[in-house]
Design a protein around this ligand. Structure first.
Ligand SMILES: NC(=O)c1ccc[n+]([C@@H]2O[C@H](COP(=O)([O-])OP(=O)(O)OC[C@H]3O[C@@H](n4cnc5c(N)ncnc54)[C@H](OP(=O)(O)O)[C@@H]3O)[C@@H](O)[C@H]2O)c1
Length: 279
């Protein structure tokens, strides 16, 4: 009964990973889509695929969420009228850069993370939520992380941005409490996407090492969690879903297959800090 049929869903960061998996799932469920990202070529290919598979009504918006003026123009000028009644906003665009200790960190990397993960989410939310309020309905889904609740060595700035996403999610829920709008956060642990490739500036070997010997979440697992939240009845507001891979119990506690095979039953040596593999 509470399905996605005909609902207009805006996804930031739809050109890859979790955002792309959501676009595919929601398209299959009959939603109308607004796909946003900087890489328009990828969005066009995705749009073509989904139109052919499900006849999805959708639009691709080339958008850098860091650029406030560009975001304002996109929503106030470029978005066709027929796509302005947005039912669901998925704030997914985000990235990590680098894994250096804070004292050696790159200020450019920090700025990019802060501008994308915090300012970008705010810019889009500021444009979309008032239109939801004027229509008396809407869902905001922020993609947080287990890093919204934990920190790990070398990840201070990324974790700070995801802690900020958590604060913004909870604050927005408070600000909207007297309205029918719902605010949800999905907080995954390790997910196999382009995330690590972006973190390590395109270093494929280093990125592959992050997932070596364990089964991470798939982007489809995260899309499935969002689907659960969005299909609850209107009086149910899913606050947060935290998703861990079974082989991960903390940011720095990951069981690797080859280690498990060597030492049964597991003891302390079973566990390796997954960032040890970066060297
Ligand atoms: N993978 C994980 O282990 C993991 C775990 C927890 C949380 N997360 C969160 O999940 C979200 C999605 O990441 P992912 O894992 O799917 O990584 P991904 O495959 O690298 O996808 C990131 C998406 O964000 C978009 N993006 C980045 N900067 C942008 C900008 N300035 N403007 C617009 N779009 C931008 C990218 O599109 P363009 O480059 O085309 O713009 C891409 O579509 C992020 O918020 C991330 O922090 C990931």
């Amino acid at each position: 009964m509470y399905d996605l049929m005909g609902r207009t869903i805006l996804i930031t960061g739809a050109s890859s990973g979790i955002g792309m998996a959501m676009a595919k799932l929601f398209s299959r469920e009959g939603a109308r889509l607004i796909l946003c990202a900087r890489r328009m070529d990828r969005l066009m290919l995705l749009a073509e695929e989904l139109r052919a598979a499900h006849g999805t009504d959708m639009i691709a918006l080339g958008l850098d969420v860091r650029d406030r003026r560009q975001v304002e123009r996109a929503f106030q000028v470029e978005l066709p009228q027929s796509f302005r009644a947005i039912d669901v906003l998925i704030n997914n665009a985000g990235l990590s850069r680098g894994l250096d200790p804070l004292q050696k960190g790159s200020e450019d990397d920090w700025e990019e993370m802060i501008q994308t993960n915090i300012s970008g989410l705010l810019h889009v939310t500021r444009q979309v939520v008032p239109t939801m309020l004027s229509r008396g309905r809407g869902d905001v889904v922020n993609i947080g992380s287990t890093s919204s609740h934990e920190v790990y060595p070398g990840g201070a700035v990324y974790c700070a941005t995801k802690h900020a996403v958590d604060a913004l999610t909870r604050g927005l829920r408070m600000d909207l409490v007297a309205t029918p709008l719902r605010v949800t956060q999905i907080s995954p642990g390790m997910v196999d996407t382009e995330f690590s490739l972006v973190r390590f500036h395109g270093d494929h070997d280093r990125a592959a090492n992050v997932y070596a010997g364990m089964t991470p979440l798939s982007p489809e697992d995260v899309a499935d969690a969002a689907m659960y939240a969005l299909t609850r009845p209107p009086h149910v507001q899913v606050g947060e879903i935290v998703l861990w891979p079974t082989a991960q119990a903390a940011s720095t506690l990951v069981a690797r297959h080859q280690v498990l095979e060597e030492s049964v039953p597991p003891d302390e040596s079973t566990w390796r800090n997954f960032y040890e593999l970066k060297e």
